[in-house]
Design a protein around this ligand. Structure first.
Ligand SMILES: NC(=O)c1ccc[n+]([C@@H]2O[C@H](COP(=O)([O-])OP(=O)(O)OC[C@H]3O[C@@H](n4cnc5c(N)ncnc54)[C@H](O)[C@@H]3O)[C@@H](O)[C@H]2O)c1
Length: 450
């Protein structure tokens, strides 16, 4: 950005107005290049304007949405109703060059997430990106490295908004405070099943205004089929996210949320071993039935533990015959030396299992000592855009490590071997060919680092 003596650039202004509080910082009009009036609102590009994006409209209306990008022009109308002054784009690469942007909110199909995020970071923009952040190990690592180089100046957040639920904090406190004794294992699961045989065969032509080639983006060319687009708003991802070129199936979908719950509770680091099993490998479609088990080393408050993910009909063993874990569609469970803690987003169930299960070993935390609430999840990111020294719970370091681990789980599934992993070096040490699966191949003309 152009700098002039004695004139604040927009980024500094946003930071100062957030620090000083609205109304305390008085500037003459026209002081910020490219904005009509000085205010502490962010200039945001919304990329992917319909579906999940509609769930962001309410908080986005508190900011300046100056650009809207969608590969389906039919999706401009509902967004323009909310953000009438926004300029429209069909190609996010052009949208990122919109003048005077501060930030982007990314709600596209998963196979564009790492691309748009990385390009935006390269342009010094703050990024809010829907989960999953990446669909290859290489993408996860690229984003992490890029953001860590900009930490403190750029705010990033991955859209696992359930993290702000009070229950996440209460469960974390209970495990830390010994409600189940010494932690021994942690598991997340999801019971959604959307079986598919393979990519759909060519059928018809995309309707006018739906830019199929831009939807495919960096992924290989595939024929259009209308069924990729028949889902309800916010659930259309279930029409395409099970195909390897475009998503990670349930791992990227509900796995992002549930393993965030696990990851946050156990203060996870990298696994040392990874093994997985499930239905036979299909080169087109990610598995419905799958379970993955990781060995995690000890950290400063617990010993080594096993961490697992189950999906599509696989479930951990219930601690009691009268508890049917399948009735908890998406859940987590922590096992300790003294009992079990089972939870979904909002509820938790403590089951003491020791010889004398009177809970006398556990003293619940006083209210004043509880972890502070995160508050409105997206507001945390908005605040950090204005003052990037502020912490963000699901920043790109946090989520990229989590999704990278789940991607390693998919590699273990594909190789059928128990993989040994050196987290410090980022290497699978016992399987030379597994490394080839760290990357995906992009179409000519598309680069992750643009
Ligand atoms: N955090 C959550 O709870 C939550 C809930 C639902 C979906 N999601 C995530 O949101 C994303 C979108 O899911 P959805 O169900 O809305 O999908 P969708 O297929 O409806 O796509 C959303 C919008 O993005 C547009 N789009 C797709 N690719 C694009 C591109 N390359 N450039 C510009 N626009 C593009 C589509 O036309 C559509 O308007 C997914 O990554 C999904 O995982 C998150």
């Amino acid at each position: 950005m152009e700098t002039q003596p004695f004139i604040l650039d927009r980024r500094s202004f946003l930071k100062q107005s957030s620090l000083a509080g609205a109304g305390l910082l008085i500037l003459p009009s026209g002081i910020m290049a490219g904005t009509n009036s000085p205010n502490d609102k962010l200039n945001i590009a919304l990329i992917g304007a319909w579906g999940r994006a509609t769930g962001h409209y309410a908080w986005l209306k508190e900011q300046n949405v100056v650009a809207i990008c969608d590969i389906n022009e039919a999706h401009f109308a509902p967004a323009l109703k909310e953000f009438p002054k926004a300029e429209t784009y069909i190609d996010w690469r052009k949208c990122l060059d919109h003048k005077n942007l501060d930030a982007v909110v990314i709600c596209t199909a998963d196979h564009h997430h790492a691309f748009i995020s990385n390009w935006a970071l390269n342009r010094g923009l703050h990024v809010y990106c829907e989960k999953p952040l990446a669909i290859s190990v290489e993408e996860a690592r690229t984003l992490r490295a890029n953001w860590l180089g900009k930490k403190g100046k750029i705010a990033t957040q991955c859209g696992t908004q359930m993290h702000a639920q009070d229950n996440y904090a209460r469960v974390k406190e209970m495990v830390r405070d010994g409600a189940i004794g010494e932690l021994q294992s942690a598991v997340g699961w999801g019971n959604r099943k959307i079986p598919r045989d393979g990519y759909f065969p060519a059928q018809g032509k995309p309707p006018t205004g739906l830019h199929w080639d831009l939807w495919l983006g960096p992924s290989p060319e595939r024929p259009y089929h209308p069924d990729y687009f028949v889902g309800k708003p916010g659930a259309n991802c279930l029409q395409w996210n099970m195909f390897w070129d475009w998503g990670l199936g349930q791992i990227g979908d509900m796995g992002s949320h549930m393993m965030d719950f696990v990851w946050n509770t156990i203060d996870a680091t990298s696994p040392t071993t990874i093994k997985a099993s499930g239905e036979p490998f299909n080169p087109d479609v990610t598995p419905v039935l799958l379970e993955i088990h990781f060995d995690h080393p000890a950290n400063d408050w617990r010993g080594p533990i096993q961490v697992s993910w189950h999906q599509g009909g696989s479930l951990p063993r219930s601690p009691r015959e009268f508890i049917d874990l399948n009735t908890i569609g998406h859940g987590v469970m922590f096992k300790g030396s003294e009992g079990f803690l089972i939870a979904d987003y909002t509820k938790r169930l403590l089951i003491p299992s020791g010889k004398d299960p009177d809970l006398s070993y556990y003293k619940p935390r006083a209210k004043k000592d509880q972890l502070p609430p995160i508050g409105q999840f997206q507001q945390q990111w908005v605040d950090a855009c204005k003052d990037p020294s502020k912490e963000i719970c699901c920043n790109f370091e946090y989520h990229s490590l989590l999704i990278e681990q789940m991607l390693l789980g998919l590699i273990a599934y594909r190789t059928g071997e128990t993989l040994e992993y050196d987290g410090a070096k980022g290497l699978i040490t016992n399987h030379a060919e597994a490394k080839a699966l760290f990357k995906r191949k992009y179409r000519d003309g598309w680069t992750l680092n643009g």
